[in-house]
Design a protein around this ligand. Structure first.
Ligand code: BJ8
Length: 382
């Protein structure tokens, strides 16, 4: 696939450039809240006039340091995130006034206990499933607990109007990111999956929400223009791949880039920050806490049991994005995704009659060659 406008390359630098932006924000008196997960109700943080920033580690640079405190057979995302905090190598952690975590998987929730020794850390207790009739009420109480924490930590009051405004802003952003992801439905797709992932990650380090929307509108327009003028009507023989499973930012080069270098086009992501999460808007016409709780409870991550919504979403995405094959990324020691992979494989192979490949990996480069060989054989097969 041809690459999109050069400017997309800028997003690779976004994480780095964001360091300066966050420093400026901090100097201007803004409070910064570090977050780790798609379950974090960021509307509450914006309503507190603070800025949320993602702290998930995406490289193995600090894993050895983390392993001094954490077991080595733990998910690389958890170790990297803790390692960056421990070694003070992450400016986003350094500038955070408060860290918000959730009791998602066992590794993360226990890591937050250690993290609490380094920074004020508030842990939201996530219900273990979303189908239970009490889950929403429970989660609403956790949202109120976070609201109280933000109010006492930053000595402010969060009104319903603050929450409603944050919901409206968040929905505008969500709609645009969803539209950006949905460019992958075009056939041939005007975007490489690598670019999609890079841009979306880059946007999370752009803290001016208005500017972020403008950037998105600009890129959507450019991609549509490219499709109309260069691609529409052309037939591509590159297989259309859906990537599912654990967050993939830490293995972007090793897995995502390799899939595309070897001839596949990643057209869709079925993971916690892909189009399915962006499709869930927050209701603007009901009590804001209920509306926010309802949206985030339905993220459909494998930490939920059972997690039937993910299977329904996956089937829909395979059809809508005209997917030829599915690649699942499981980070080492991520038991929830690894176990759920059993059903995902079955669904893809038997219900959808498509090829499926599971890649179990970490942030190191030691399995790079082996992954290349497996992906090459898989793509040849399609
Ligand atoms: S909503 S995917 S960001 S929990 S990969 S740390 S689950 S052992 S990152 Fe996640 Fe929230 Fe779910 Fe998304 Fe644990 Fe698995 Fe590691 Fe994970």
């Amino acid at each position: 696939m041809e690459k999109l406008p050069e400017k997309f390359e800028d997003f690779k630098e976004a994480r780095k450039n964001g360091f300066l932006k966050i420093k400026k924000l901090k100097e201007s008196g803004k409070n910064i809240v570090g977050i780790f997960c798609t379950y974090t109700p960021t509307e509450l943080i914006y309503a507190a006039n603070a800025v949320p920033v993602g702290l998930c580690g995406v490289s193995d640079e600090t894993i050895a340091d983390a392993e001094r405190d954490l077991p080595s057979n733990l998910c690389p995302l958890i170790k990297a995130s803790y390692g960056y905090a421990l070694t003070d190598k992450c400016p986003y952690f350094y500038f955070s006034d408060l860290v918000v975590g959730e009791t998602t998987c066992d590794g993360k929730k226990k890591m937050f206990e250690l993290l609490g020794e380094l920074k004020p850390t508030h842990v939201m207790e996530l219900p273990p499933g979303y189908n239970n009739e009490y889950a929403l009420e429970y989660w609403k109480k956790e949202l109120l607990r976070l609201k109280n924490k933000l109010e006492s930590q930053f000595k402010i009051e969060i009104s319903d109007l603050d929450l409603k405004n944050a919901i409206i802003e968040g929905n505008k952003e969500r709609k645009l990111i969803k539209e950006f992801y949905e460019l992958g439905k075009l056939n041939p797709s005007p975007l490489s999956g690598y670019d999609i992932n890079t841009v979306v990650e880059g946007l999370s380090f752009s803290f001016d929400r208005m500017e972020k929307r403008k950037q998105l509108e600009d890129y959507i327009e450019k991609a549509k223009f490219k499709y109309k003028n260069e691609l529409e009507g052309r037939v591509s023989n590159r297989p259309r791949i859906l990537v599912t499973g654990c967050p993939a930012n830490g293995v972007r080069e090793k897995v995502l880039k390799t899939i595309e270098d070897l001839g596949g086009d990643i057209v869709c992501y079925e993971n916690c920050s892909g189009p399915k999460e962006k499709s869930l808007m927050i209701r603007e016409d009901i009590d804001p806490i209920t509306a926010i709780a309802d949206k985030y409870l339905n993220v459909s991550c494998s930490v939920m049991s059972p997690n039937n919504q993910r299977f329904e979403d996956l089937k829909k995405l395979i059809d809508e994005y005209q997917v030829d094959a599915v690649v699942e990324i499981v980070l080492q020691a991520c038991h929830t995704f690894n176990i759920e992979a059993h059903y995902i494989k079955k669904l893809v192979n038997e219900e959808k009659n498509k090829p499926y490949l599971k890649i179990l990996t970490d942030y190191s480069q030691s399995d790079k060659g082996q992954i290349e060989t497996r992906l090459e054989a898989f793509l040849e097969l399609i």
